[in-house]
Design a protein around this ligand. Structure first.
Ligand code: SAM
Length: 208
């Protein structure tokens, strides 16, 4: 399975934003939705072997505290390629999560619940086979770490906070760059899928 963990910084965690201003008042929910859509959709199909974890940092127990949304490719429904309808699914999850003290399925394949942002990132980064995607990382070709069953950590349009960087460093994840340009997060997801697709077909840089 391919898993992407996206660090989300400015999207209102209580879901109180309008779908008419995704790139502004919604804290760049447009790009967050694009990451989700890019991670799962291909032409006329969905990638069922993929999972996306959205980490909305913050402290557990507060109305605007940390939230986690997990999108399971194997079960997700109502996911269309456009960012507005994807943002609507995520907004619905965040809004309904206010009244739920535990994880619950807000729509088929979308599980949302409260977290402590720092602790959850540390837990996920502590699992095996994590990779930190960052512009300043080493070339993925030289390290040859891309392969199946990886968890890729990346950030939304805002750089990871100092605290998040400290957690990722403490977990000793390999830091990998997928190219010489700073890309949008959704573009990075596309590149990673492409590299893994090619490698899975025995391409020029098969995983080690
Ligand atoms: C738009 S960038 C973050 C902001 C960017 N640092 C800036 O100066 O505007 C979004 C995220 O995509 C990932 N990313 C962007 N370019 C990358 C690259 N060439 N290789 C690996 N990850 C990259 C990183 O996780 C980054 O935090």
């Amino acid at each position: 399975m391919r898993r992407f963990v996206l660090l989300v910084h400015r999207v209102p965690r209580d879901g109180q934003f309008t779908l008419n201003d995704l790139a502004g008042g919604a804290g760049r929910m447009d790009e967050v939705a694009r990451v989700v859509s890019t991670a799962f959709t291909v032409s006329n199909d969905l990638r069922r072997d993929t999972e996306v974890v959205l980490l909305f940092g913050g402290t557990e127990g507060k109305v605007d505290g940390g939230r986690r949304i997990v999108v399971h490719g194997a079960r997700v429904r109502y996911l269309n390629p456009d960012e507005r309808s994807t943002a609507a699914l995520l907004k619905n999850a965040l809004t309904r999560a206010i009244a739920h003290p535990r994880d619950f399925e807000s729509s088929p394949g979308l599980v949302v619940g409260p977290i402590d942002g720092r602790a959850e990132l540390a837990r996920l980064a502590g699992e095996p086979r994590g990779v930190w995607l960052t512009e300043s990382g080493a070339s993925w070709e030289s390290l040859g770490v891309l392969g199946p069953d990886r968890t890729f950590f990346l950030s939304d349009p805002y750089d990871p906070t100092d605290e998040e960087v400290a957690v990722l460093r403490a977990a000793n994840l390999p830091a990998i760059s997928v190219g010489p340009r700073s890309l949008r997060a959704s573009q990075v997801v596309d590149v990673v899928h492409h590299l893994l697709d090619v490698a899975a077909e025995g391409g020029p840089n098969p995983p080690v």
